[in-house]
Design a protein around this ligand. Sequence first.
Ligand code: BGC
Length: 760
Amino acid sequence: MKIFRNIIIIILTVFIVNANAQITNGKMNAFVNNLMSKMTLDEKIGQLNLVTPGSDIPTGSVVSKGVEDNIRKGNVGGMFGVIGVDKIKNAQTLAIKESRLHIPLIFGSDVIHGYKTTFPIPLALSCSWDMNLIEKSARVAATEASADGLCWVFSPMVDIARDPRWGRIAEGAGEDAYLGSQVSKAMVNGYQNNNNFDNTSVMACVKHFALYGASEAGRDYNTVDMSKVKMYNDYLPPYKAAVEAGAGSVMSSFNEIDGIPATGNKWLLTDLLRKQWKFNGLVVSDYTAVNEMIAHGMGDLQTVSALALKAGMDMDMVGEGFLTTIKKSLKEGKITQQDINISCRRILEAKYKLGLFDDPYKFLNVARASKEVLSSDKKNIAKELAEHSFVLLKNDHQILPLQQHGTVALVGPLANDKKNMLGTWSVSGNSDFAIPVIDGIKNIAGNNVNIIYAKGANISDDADFIKHVNVFGEEITVDKKSPETLLQEAVEAANKSDVVVAVVGEAADMTGESASRSDIGLPASQQKLIEALSKTGKPLVLVVMAGRPLTIEKEVASASSVLFTWHCGQEAGNAIADVLFGKYNPSGKLSITFPKSVGQIPIYYNHKNTGRPWDGIEAPKFKSDYLDISNEPLFPFGFGLSYTNFSYGKINLNNTTVKSKEKLEIKVTVTNTGNFDGEEVVQLYVRDLVGSITRPVKELKGFQKIFLKKGQSKEVYFTISANDLKFYNSNLNYVFEPGTYKFFIGSNSTTINEADCIFQ
Ligand code: BGC
């Protein structure tokens, strides 16, 4: 009886939700139909135009002249790169008061890891493996950005990347489709407030669709060439997850797919995205990506603009190819009215869903901006996020956490630095608010610990490299003192200390867009510094800030402890000090493999076995290996230490044979066997032993972040059904194949704690 009643309630709820959605859609359609019936062709094309005033706008002015006129004429659908309530309000007022149909603009921005309060770079955040925190980071960023007038963020960036030479690896969630999909969902939910479009929600824009992270040789904007099976199984899932979470928009990528640039790729933007995935939001090009199809060799501006529109591109970012050529293409019969109407409708629908037709000034509230933007509670969140993102890579003899007494030599080019703390893509952040490590350490231990500071080295001494990095400002400063003097001072400081903390790594813009590197080691100046410090014989703690994995085998070997903090945002110094002195026990796990050498790239944990796998022991002839290096990474995916230790019991399966409709219950006991309370990310991997296509040696299928007091044990449960074991076969059907599956549970991807189960 009760079951019957529950079923009726569920059916009714689904009916009511659907009915409500239909009423809302019905209202929206009626509104948009009515509006479009009044629009001229030019006004419709105008909606497809996304502009930025760019850097040539005079300081203090709202928009450049051309843009102002275009807004009045109805030639602009949206803007980005306009920051602050006043400026946005002025631009919106122009559209509302001076354009013929008073259609509001949408205002976007690259809110990538926080808005003005700057959080760790996305790659760092993904190392927290904490989806609540990641969602919170997006929620807080949305609250702050929306208070400041924005309603659209060009995030999350969910490009799977397995080549750390690529600078934009910093913006994503690493190498794994499963983890990447969880992060993608969490970010969209955070930005869009689980699709409650109140005035603290912004429209997410999942990017860069698609496969941008697989640029050949790790060089930015480069060609991508990939099999469909790999694409579907390993690269597309995070974009799909964002679409399923309701992301309102998608940004196309710069690269080509199967020989056609993503921006003009109908298979990608229409067949896959809209027909297969049922995406009904708007698609925007990347910055001048429509025009860039000329250089790709796809034709002149008119041809590539028509190609993009017909492929399913709705909004043209900056290039104005749509604005200037679409009408001609229509006259010549190369595109149809319908093509323009469809895209115009999608943009108007996005504005409708954001509530801009009800109130174009919805996000423009000076009082809310002054309350929300850079409020002090957000600083604490920034610190919390940073602490959870750090990965402890080494801690011999438990050098960390540091004692609150004695003398610490604090050295390194990033130990007293503000400029590089925020990391790449912090367009609205202000590094003046960043906390340098030296200040953080003084805040926490200044009364008890004697701190001797010495810079020790410049980030780099290579003049050409510095020029290349410093395009947007002086991130790498060259000290007035000679490199020799800097080094000598650091060694003197080390000699006087009980422990040396060296803060080394990359300048912020050594990663990010257009920041690929062929050598991903520490610059020579810093290598020399570490070598000299290690020769002093003092315990050496490396704090490494970077936007990518680095090849630091030698440096890791010469240090006692290595804390990889990435570029961790404005609270860097406080968060690092907290972890160094044990106020927070590190819990981050790598979301990306660290290679030993660039020659191993691409290197990732879920590779195929090959017909001649290397067995990890011998180095004989005719195996899939190298003559000069082992296949093993420097640090594997999922790896990260804690100040405490965790032991894993044997895996317990509720059944060793499972029918396809049943679920497998997996249990493992995890115990904190060390001397600190701490968090552990318990990771579940699976190997499909035989498949209709070759299957990876391991695939992440689940994880749980748990907290254990010292001495405490906990049973951790996972449930796996046939659905979780599905993959795309060679016909690109998403299938479950019966057979034997090996399950692994442990603290990183190399775990050998395993149990077999037959799925029928
Ligand atoms: C980047 C995008 C970004 C856009 C707008 C492009 O160069 O690839 O990620 O959203 O610029 O700033």
